[in-house]
Design a protein around this ligand. Structure first.
Ligand code: NAD
Length: 438
């Protein structure tokens, strides 16, 4: 394929070298004439393992050349990959100026180009940036995205220092696409790369990059705080963290990484309180660990507000224990939600397969009957009872018995379902939502 790469920095130059090596013909574009001259002379504008030789060879073979004429580069290629910088402004916001200037130039090129062309945004950009890009391109070209030209978001996951290796062996390839034809062109570029390729909506592709980088930063800060607490107690944090990473069931895994309702239970809140208390006693500042419980409370509060903003007086709560599959009510966020709703004058019926008075035994039965008798009197024995009662249904757990809910409600029954647990696909209750909220 003939492709244009806008921005000859780290990402753009490594991409130029790697795509040329994979057999593509690359036109590098940069506003900096020095970088253009360097590339045309066969010299890499950046220092990165292996790239100097790859660029030298590709330029000698005629597979790569550079220009500062963006529109001309678009006119002679099938796809433009935008790798320009997106630095922070002083206030922390993202500076998308270079993306916008580049898109103006690409838009002018699209106007001149007769054939189909796909614009692929590789620069790290916040969700919504691509919609601004769409506007600029359509305005400048007089053409329509998704019809006359394609639009993709294809975030880059390489790390400087191991960029070529990362480019050729990424964890995955993410392609956000305006339409199927656009995604097909972007996917073709990566057909030699052995990594899973996911084609998703444009906005989700932009967000995957931010979620990934935030997670990497979170991991590093977490390891450092644990390391500090270990060091202050005479333990080696590297040994602790090394073992932590060996648990691939709960620690380095998908566990706990699915957005849903607040966490609770008898262990996580208690143990977080204990370790942050210990850190304070050791005169250590651990802002990350100390922020976890407040973050969880904020999430619980968002859930409460989400329910309260609806008028419905009669609420069916589905799930009461801190998670499905247990009858443990200690520090359950659903208990907190129930108590707040009662305090705000809402009427409740609560169904939890494992927290039914008829089945409860021992400590949990005593806890319910003695400590929270007002809640125990609201428990119902069947999902049907809770659904029948509630004008609003709140899903607090992903417990298997709740899987019947969409069928049980049916599309003709007016029920607003608030799925705090994220147990159902986003469109499971759309008809029901619409019926109530309009
Ligand atoms: N550096 C990394 O390791 C890395 C990894 C993944 C993603 N990213 C992201 O990729 C993007 C590029 O990062 P980088 O480190 O390669 O940036 P960089 O600053 O090294 O390079 C950006 C290049 O874009 C050029 N440029 C600016 N405006 C232009 C325009 N209008 N037309 C053409 N060229 C223009 C600049 O002259 C410069 O050469 C950023 O969004 C960054 O967040 C970077």
């Amino acid at each position: 394929m003939r492709i244009a790469i806008f921005g000859l920095g780290y990402v753009g130059t490594v991409s130029t070298a790697c795509f040329a090596e994979a057999g593509h013909e690359v036109v590098g574009v940069d506003v900096n004439p020095l970088k253009v001259d360097l590339l045309n002379s066969g010299t890499s504008p950046v220092v990165e393992e292996g790239v100097a030789e790859m660029i030298r060879e590709a330029v000698a073979l005629g597979a790569v050349h550079a220009t500062s004429d963006g529109p001309a580069a678009v006119a002679m290629t099938e796809a433009s990959l935008v790798c320009v910088g997106t630095p922070s402004r002083e206030n922390g916001s993202l500076d998308t100026e270079a993306i916008h200037r580049t898109m103006e130039s690409i838009g002018s090129g699209l106007r001149m180009r007769a054939g189909y062309h796909v614009v692929i945004l590789r620069s790290t950009s916040l969700p919504g940036t691509i919609e601004g890009v769409r506007e600029i391109l359509e305005l400048r070209s007089g053409k329509k995205a998704g019809e006359d030209f394609g639009l993709c978001v294809n975030p880059e996951f390489l790390r400087e220092g191991s960029a070529v290796e990362d480019f050729n062996h990424p964890p995955f390839t993410i392609i956000g696409e305006s339409d199927r034809a656009a995604g097909d062109v972007a996917a073709e570029l990566y057909q030699e790369i052995e990594a899973p390729l996911y084609r998703i909506p444009l906005g989700a592709a932009e967000m995957v990059k931010y979620a990934s980088n935030a997670f990497h930063a979170l991991k590093a800060a977490f390891a450092n705080e644990i390391g500090e607490i270990c060091a202050a107690q005479g333990t080696d944090g590297r040994v602790v963290m090394d073992l932590l990473t060996r648990d691939t069931k709960l620690n380095i895994s998908r566990a706990y990484l699915r957005p849903g309702f607040a966490f609770g239970g008898s262990c996580l809140p208690k143990d977080l309180r204990a370790i942050t208390y210990r850190a304070n006693r050791l005169d250590l500042r651990t802002p990350l660990l100390s922020s976890i419980l407040p973050a969880n409370e904020a999430h619980l509060d968002r859930g409460i507000q989400q329910v309260l903003k609806h008028e419905g007086k009669r609420i069916g709560l589905l799930g009461l224990a801190f998670k499905g599959g247990t009858d443990d009510l200690r520090e359950s966020p659903m208990m907190c939600l129930a108590e707040t709703l009662i305090g705000k004058g809402r009427q409740l019926r609560i169904f939890d397969e494992n927290v039914r008075l008829s089945r409860l035994i021992g400590a949990n039965k005593a806890y319910l009957e003695e400590k929270i008798p007002h809640i125990s009197s609201l428990l119902v024995d069947t999902l049907e009872d809770a659904v029948e009662f509630g004008e609003v249904l709140v899903v607090g757990s992903a417990a298997p018995p709740l899987a019947r809910l969409p069928d049980l409600i049916g599309i003709d029954r007016q029920r607003l379902v608030i799925d705090l647990a994220g147990a159902f696909p986003p469109d499971a209750f759309v008809a029901v939502h619409a019926a109530v909220t309009t």
